[in-house]
Ligand binder design. Structure first.
Ligand code: SF4
Length: 612
């Protein structure tokens, strides 16, 4: 236990409450009574990790098993890391305050590629070698899950295994297997070979990768009877899926400090740039009764006065009006705010609008992503200018005075006309504002335009596309700043050096492991934070490893190229992605799954149609 050592340093660091545990609903167990210990690591800070729903679910799920103990572990900020190293404190779990190196599993959730160096930092701070091959003992097994493991190759040398897909069932299967292997005295290798036979488990060391002379992947060869393709796990009966009755309530504010209820998983839309939309297919909903029960339970056990409905697109819940009606009956009575992030309000009845207007306004946000209908058709973004303007009208009449618009620059087929389209949409929203009779006097409209850069991701129809170069993106950013000169519009944009690293890591292969290692050795960590990001050091690492950044980020892939992730099966077929890519280039749209099945292939896992 590090309690005494921690007492000495906690007053010398920022926000010590991040590092002490003991929060309401955190789980304490007697170490002598547990047979398996799981250190659930979020490779970013406490404030971000504690807002992550997946961690809350798996933490509670594992701790429901009396003899298993799951602890939370986060990336310390540099001030804390320095003090930990000075005082010989190894990375520890917040529940026991004991070093995680003694756990059976050290599990990372990989939500974004820029957290990879944090994985190495955390392993090192835990007192463990960062390379899997240098950890010969059976435990701890270092594993990774989350969306990034659909292409785990850039971190393949560091982790022992990956979990592809939804973790609610497979995590416990894996823990049971390790428990058995420990009892039988297996080696780590024996355990990994057995684990590779569980659906959804990927053991990188059991695959040999060869390369062509042009640097592309030649072949991916499974070894020791590992499956040729690893199929993602999904929960078939989503209404009955495990959901926590309570959440750990932090002592200090975190990014999303509220109760969260997941209403549906998957997405019926087919935005062609959106990886989550394909990774989490098929679309599955919870029943209204289940959502209501979980909402009440979470509010009562946490004391939160705000609850948010979570999903990729909550407006697509089939009975959204009835659901919101039922929930507002409870939240209004208890004075709880019902947060509805990213809801499309143009389809709601007046009665429902009145109801949701009575709850606190969380801001009006749209993601048209592209400035013209032509480009929105290319990306299959199912939102029209009329939808945006109609929603703005409803919102302005209801008292809103600001709008946030998200756009992506560098999308396939984009031209300067699409930039003009962004300005035109802003102008139309401003004109609309002046037509609202009851607009607040003395208050102007404020539009925030946020410009991100397109990053092609695996398992999307755009996985074949190049990311535009820095010069191309710069030109478009400058053009927009030039043509949009209204004081009513604020523009923010993402910095290219962040997006290019994400683009390289997202579609990278195993040769990037050495780059990540070198970059981390040079001091790279917390790469998602602008104040810590050092692209100059990353560039040195790429150069020293002989890796051409443009090969990974700015190169167009052929349809028959073996991708580094070709041995992963997320249930959506390669043929579907190719067909969708071709449709994008001919500006053809694909209807949403509820209107018409586009035959992506995911329904084979449910043995029937996604929608009746
Ligand atoms: S199988 Fe059809 S309905 Fe189901 S997710 Fe794929 S395209 Fe949509």
């Amino acid at each position: 236990m590090y309690k005494e050592k921690l007492d000495k340093i906690l007053l010398k660091i920022q926000k010590p409450s991040r590092y002490i545990g003991g929060e309401l609903n955190s789980v304490q167990k007697n170490p002598d009574d547990v047979t398996m210990r799981f250190a659930f690591c979020f490779p970013d800070t406490y404030d971000i990790g504690m807002s992550h729903l997946g961690m809350k679910i798996l933490y509670s799920l594992i701790n429901e098993v009396p003899e298993y103990w799951c602890e939370r572990v986060f990336m310390p900020l540099p001030d804390m890391e320095e003090k930990m190293r000075e005082n010989d404190i190894l990375l520890y779990g917040l529940e026991s305050l004991e070093p995680i190196k003694n756990s059976d599993f050290i599990g990372f959730t990989l939500q974004y590629e820029l957290s990879y160096t944090n994985v190495l930092s955390m392993l090192d701070l835990a007192g463990l070698p960062v390379y899997s091959k240098d950890r010969p003992d059976l435990t701890p097994i270092v594993c990774a899950g989350g969306p990034c493991v659909c292409n785990a190759e850039p971190i393949a040398d560091f982790v022992d295994l990956c979990i592809l897909g939804e973790g609610e069932e497979v995590n416990l299967e894996l823990m049971r297997l390790l428990e058995k292997c420990k009892a039988e005295g297996c080696t780590k290798h024996e355990f990994l070979v057995r684990a590779s036979q569980i659906e959804g488990i990927y053991v990188p060391s059991l695959y040999d990768i060869s390369y062509n002379d042009d640097g592309t992947v030649k072949a991916i060869t499974p070894l020791e009877n590992a499956p040729a393709t690893v199929r993602k796990r999904i929960i078939k009966d989503f209404d009955k899926v495990y959901y926590p009755e309570n959440f750990v309530v932090p002592f200090s504010a975190i990014v999303h400090d509220r109760a969260v209820v997941e209403v549906l998983r998957g997405c019926i839309r087919g935005c062609r740039f959106c990886q989550a939309g394909y990774l989490y297919r098929p679309f599955r909903e919870k029943s209204i009764d289940t959502i209501e029960k979980e909402t009440i339970s979470l509010c009562e056990t946490t004391g939160y006065d705000e609850v948010s409905l979570s999903s990729l697109s909550t407006s697509d819940y089939s009975e959204i009006e009835t659901l919101l009606g039922r929930l507002t009956d409870y939240t209004d009575k208890e004075s709880i705010n019902l947060a509805l992030p990213s809801m499309r309000i143009d389809r709601f009845s007046d009665e429902l609008l009145q109801k949701i207007k009575s709850v606190r306004k969380s801001g009006l946000t749209f993601a048209p992503e592209a400035g013209t209908q032509r480009l929105r058709d290319v990306i299959n973004k199912n939102i029209t200018e009329e939808n945006v303007l109609e929603s703005c009208r409803i919102a302005f009449e209801g008292g809103y005075t600001s709008v946030k618009l998200y756009f992506m620059l560098g999308l396939p087929t984009e031209t300067m006309e699409d930039m003009d389209g962004i300005k035109d949409l802003c102008d139309k929203i401003i004109d609309l504002w002046y037509t609202i009779p009851n607009r607040p006097k003395g208050k102007g409209i404020q539009i925030s335009v946020s410009l991100s850069t397109f990053i092609p991701k695996p398992f999307t129809p755009f996985e074949f596309e190049p990311q535009p170069t820095e010069e191309e993106i710069d030109k478009k950013q400058k053009y927009l700043l030039d043509i949009i000169n209204s004081k009513k519009v604020n523009i923010s944009w993402s910095r290219y050096p962040f997006t290019i690293l994400e683009a390289v890591l997202a579609r990278g292969d195993r040769r990037l492991c050495d780059v990540i290692y070198k970059a981390w050795k040079k001091g790279c960590k917390l790469d998602g934070w602008s104040e810590y990001y050092r692209y100059d050091l990353w560039k040195e690492a790429f150069k020293e490893c002989g890796i051409d950044v443009a090969f990974y980020a700015n190169r167009k892939r052929e349809y028959d190229e073996v991708m580094p992730w070709s041995h992963m099966d997320v249930l959506v077929s390669r043929d579907f992605f190719i067909a969708e890519n071709k449709k994008a280039h001919s500006e053809a749209v694909t209807p949403n799954c509820r209107e018409k099945c586009a035959g992506c292939g995911v329904n084979r896992c449910i043995g029937g149609k996604c929608f009746e």
